[in-house]
Design a binder for this molecule. Structure first.
Ligand SMILES: [Zn+2]
Length: 286
């Protein structure tokens, strides 16, 4: 979804300032020197293609550059690796990243998956089960069930992004449970494999709670992701794992710094900026 020029410029200036600020002030170096052990990050993407001034859409050429760099640096890890790292079962290199993609857009299969396959990058696609085959307000079609079934063979793990993409914490306990259960059942029926990871729609503070965390764990999800920014260390809460959003229209140097912690301070902005960039119909994806 294209955003206005002023909003685009303000947001890009803020993200660039955050990333550059962390670099220039040396906070990235300090973090390393503090020696609190390796930290890893989970990146969030949405759509892939040539949309103009659309922070939710990363071009194929830029994504290819990013994946090539991750492959060269041997930084890409799988969902399994991340869960085991958080449980303290394995070590991962400092700065390792997991690629995740929310909403289940068709470009995940047709643009992103072939690029990741070329560079052997594991990833997770969090799909919203009631959206299958429909078209979003961005104009891009969501994956069909047949397309979702092709993801595992393309190296993409499938997770749930709820059934209707509503804010789970704002629903009645019964409706919230339905979001966790129904999406899982439908995915398991179609894929014939267990679905054990969930990413909250919207994923900000008001979209999740201790009650929803308990409910999702009861549904059988072993890892649950939010959209608030942050890093992962052993012992992190598997019921609310933070991620870092990758936006369209940003150069490779910014992606490299973002993977090294340049956006870790963004959580201060999360609550305010997220409200500004939410699409008009509250129940649409992003
Ligand atoms: Zn979403």
């Amino acid at each position: 979804m294209t955003v206005s020029v002023p909003r685009w410029l303000i947001k890009k200036a803020a993200r660039t300032a955050m990333v550059l600020g962390s670099f220039v002030t040396g906070s990235l170096v300090f973090r390393k020197l503090l020696g609190r052990g390796p930290t890893i990050r989970v990146l969030t993407y949405h759509r892939f293609g040539d949309a103009v001034r659309d922070p939710w859409c990363v071009s194929a050429a830029v994504f290819e550059e990013q994946m090539r760099w991750l492959a060269e640096k041997k930084l890409a890890v799988s969902l399994d690796d991340v869960e085991r790292f958080v449980r303290g079962e394995i070590q991962l290199p400092d700065g390792a990243v997991l690629v995740t993609m929310d909403d289940g857009f068709s470009s995940v299969l047709h643009i992103a998956a072939p690029i990741m396959q070329r560079h052997r990058i594991p990833s997770v696609a969090y799909v919203t089960t009631s959206f299958m085959g429909t078209t979003s307000i961005s104009g891009e079609r969501y994956l069909t069930w047949d397309e979702v079934k092709r993801l595992p063979a393309a190296g993409v793990t499938v997770g749930s992004h709820a059934h209707t993409h509503r804010s789970v914490a704002k629903l009645s306990p019964q409706d919230a449970l339905e979001e966790g259960q129904r999406s899982k059942q439908l995915l398991e029926q179609h894929l014939g494999a267990p679905i054990r990871s969930f990413a909250y729609p919207f994923g900000m503070r008001t979209d999740e709670s201790t009650e929803t965390a308990r409910m999702l764990s009861g549904c059988g999800y072993s890892s649950v992701f939010i959209a608030q920014h942050g890093t992962l260390r052993p012992g992190a809460d598997l019921a609310r794992l933070p991620r870092v959003k990758v936006e369209g229209g940003e150069p490779l140097w910014m992606f490299k710094l973002l993977c090294r912690g340049g956006m870790d301070g963004w959580k201060l902005f999360d609550d305010t900026l997220w409200k500004l960039q939410r699409p008009a119909p509250a129940e649409q994806a992003q």
